[in-house]
Ligand binder design. Structure first.
Ligand code: PLP
Length: 360
């Protein structure tokens, strides 16, 4: 297999690269921060550590401009909003959508309003919304309540909604599947990813199907989505009133793209499962320690899922698996420090004292 995992020179963002697959014209004012073209990193040490005899690659979406995959959809959603003359965009967010919306609005010179669930947004994400200059409102309620308000705001016609209920978000996000096929030379056997509002599993599956239909790839992957056990409406078969998880990005009780996720797993002969917070945090730390790849907790859900599948012997040896690492670990430093469970050792500023501290 000839895998091109590097950054291409002269990259001008996902709209430029994949315009033939996207609803844009020469007149569309492209608002881009050169998102996409993220590395597909092989992680053999992690695979060995979990006893998986597979070729595992991580699509490291935390290397996008605002450090999550949300930038792929946001470049298109904001470009289309500007094209139709919108002055204000609005979103509800567990954090990463707001970070991305705020950045692309700043880039476009328009206003951004973000609604966040009070007290449950990771520190890095909140910092982003604030520094990019978004009007930031903490709502006393969860993500689902905030999204309902955003939908109603959208109906006033005064603002453009850039949540993934906006179809341009899904269109932009499907480019991740194109890049994976371009890098591997074909689709992988399995694609693992976290599921929150379920836009991304919907988008990636759409991307694989479109690339296949255009004969840019010969095969289709099985889509394996993973929810957090305390926020697993699709697995449990009903909306969850008060979803809970350490993985705040997937702490969603009533996914907007529920149907899209169900179709993706049915059509691809995949599945949606759930993993506990303990399993998520174990995978999160193991990845960082075995490979030097630091992702946010939600991104570790598919890795926890893979650990499960390997234990149950559900993955044929030699399979090519891609897992989407949806967001960067620095988004949520509090969890990392807590999970590491250690604090820095202390020493005097002398060689002896440092040697004593490290036992060398
Ligand atoms: C948004 C997000 C998810 C969930 O994606 P959905 O499209 O809502 O299913 C997972 N991980 C991270 C880091 C995210 O930002």
């Amino acid at each position: 297999m000839n895998v091109n995992t590097g950054k291409a020179a002269g990259w001008r963002g996902v709209i430029d690269r994949y315009s033939e697959f996207l609803p844009v014209t020469d007149q569309t004012p492209v608002v881009t921060l050169l998102e996409g073209n993220t590395p597909l990193v092989p992680v053999p040490r992690f695979a060995a550590a979990i006893g998986a005899k597979v070729e595992l690659f991580l699509k490291c979406e935390g290397l996008n401009p605002t450090c999550s995959f949300k930038d792929r959809g946001m470049t298109l959603a904001v470009s289309k909003a500007v094209e139709k003359g919108a002055q204000v965009i609005v979103c509800a967010s567990t954090g990463n959508t707001s970070a991305s919306a705020a950045a692309y609005a700043a880039r476009a010179g328009i206003k951004c309003v973000v609604l966040l669930p009070e007290g449950n947004v990771a520190l890095g994400k909140l910092a982003q919304a604030l520094i990019y200059g978004a009007e930031t409102v903490e709502v006393r309620g969860g993500f689902d309540a905030a999204l309902n308000i955003v939908r109603e705001l959208g109906l006033t016609g005064l603002v453009e909604v850039v949540n993934s209920v906006n179809p341009y978000r899904i269109e932009g996000q499907k480019t991740a599947a194109f890049e994976i096929c371009d890098a591997l030379g074909d689709a992988p056997d399995f694609h693992f990813l976290p599921v929150g509002n379920a836009g991304n599993i919907t988008a990636n599956w759409k991307g694989y199907r479109e690339y296949h239909a255009a004969e840019k790839s010969d095969t289709l992957p099985k889509m394996f989505g993973w929810q957090a056990a305390g926020a697993a409406p699709i697995v449990d078969g009903h909306p969850i009133d008060n979803p809970q998880s350490v993985a705040t990005a997937i702490r969603i009780g009533n996914p907007a793209s529920w149907q899209g996720a169900t179709s993706a797993v049915q059509e691809s002969a995949g599945s949606i499962g759930k993993v506990s917070d303990d399993e998520i945090l174990h995978a999160y730390q193991l990845l960082a320690r075995t490979e030097g790849v630091f992702v946010e907790p939600a991104s570790a859900a598919p890795l926890a899922g893979l650990i499960r599948c390997v234990k149950l012997d559900q993955i044929p040896a030699g399979s090519i698996i891609v897992a989407t690492m949806t967001g960067h670990g620095l988004k949520d430093p509090d969890i990392a420090i807590k999970q590491a469970g250690v604090t820095p050792k202390r020493a005097e500023a002398t060689l002896e004292s440092v040697r004593a501290a490290i036992g060398l």
